[in-house]
Design a protein around this ligand. Structure first.
Ligand code: SF4
Length: 292
């Protein structure tokens, strides 16, 4: 089978599984599918396929095509700082200083108040199958808020966010920009675990989103880091891929938002470790007042 067909089949499987990100950094699955189509029409029909053809095609599009990364490098230390590139302005959602919600959430003036509402919440069916609510944890005066997707099995067991393997990696990522977990606030878009770690449904996101927004209103952080496609797309109300959202400073009701890969994705794709490092360095620069 031609290398192009092999790659096409692989990409179709990834897309069918709902994945839209690739190790090829700024390219989405759709981007690469288009390139493969271009490669097919430009090659001679009878010519034998070369294993490197698709890499040549990607290189000609100025994509960053790196060789596969060994599994051991997944546990390698986070790279030392190197990026001081100026970030572009990104998506703006809402305006600064607006009160977002009325009703009972407007009566919540502390994070504990919000957590109490979450514990009693029946707005979607996820509470039925979850063991514990996972409202989020950390400092009520955090300058940086980490937003993830939804609790997994470990989080559901403990009622705490990011405590599994991905959570340990998040702790290392924070340490790399000189922050401890106690200094930040760590939270997910959804507060109860979707059964079997399935993707959250739009109706669940809509039901749960007010809690996150109220938490952000109470904390009023200097910067939000959205970890993973789901958190980024939910906060920024967009379908753009992480590859296209990274490297910009977006605004969520006036709060700068930096988008990066989810730690669980880094465990699968160590090549994303460097771009993640660049992203959290951008968040660090915002904290340091270098970029606002
Ligand atoms: S996931 Fe959110 S909206 Fe659904 S029951 Fe839990 S707290 Fe309520």
């Amino acid at each position: 089978m031609h290398a192009e067909d092999l790659l096409r089949r692989y990409l179709e499987q990834r897309r069918d599984q709902g994945e839209n990100e690739l190790v090829l950094d700024t390219l989405s699955v759709e981007d690469v599918m288009r390139l493969i189509g271009a490669a097919r029409t430009s090659s001679k029909p009878d010519a034998p396929a070369r294993a490197e053809d698709w890499r040549d095609t990607l290189r000609s599009s100025e994509a960053d095509v790196r060789p596969p990364v060994s599994a051991e490098s997944a546990s390698a230390p986070v790279p030392t700082p190197s990026s001081t590139a100026i970030a572009r302005d990104g998506i703006v959602v809402g305006s600064e200083g607006t009160e977002l919600f009325g009703g009972e959430l407007s009566q919540c003036h502390t994070l504990d108040d919000v957590s109490a509402l979450i514990a009693a919440c029946r707005k979607c069916d996820l509470y039925r199958t979850a063991k514990h609510p996972v409202p989020g944890e950390g400092s009520a005066t955090a300058r940086l808020v980490c937003v993830g997707e939804a609790p997994g099995a470990s989080e559901d067991e403990t009622g705490r966010p990011f405590v599994g393997q991905a959570g340990q990696l998040l702790t290392k990522i924070l340490e790399a920009i000189k922050l401890s977990r106690d200094e930040v606030f760590i939270v997910n878009v959804l507060k109860h675990r979707p059964p079997g770690n399935r993707n959250p449904l739009p109706v669940e996101v809509d039901a749960c989103r007010p809690y996150l927004i109220r938490q952000l209103e109470i904390i009023r952080p200097t910067v939000i880091v959205a970890f993973g496609t789901f958190a980024a797309q939910t906060l920024l109300d967009t379908k753009l891929s992480i590859g296209k959202l990274r490297g910009a400073i977006h605004r969520y009701h006036g709060i700068p938002v930096v988008v990066t890969y989810h730690p669980a994705a880094l465990l699968r794709n160590p090549a994303w470790k460097r771009p993640t490092w660049e992203d959290v360095q951008l968040a660090r620069r915002i904290l340091d007042g270098v970029r606002k």
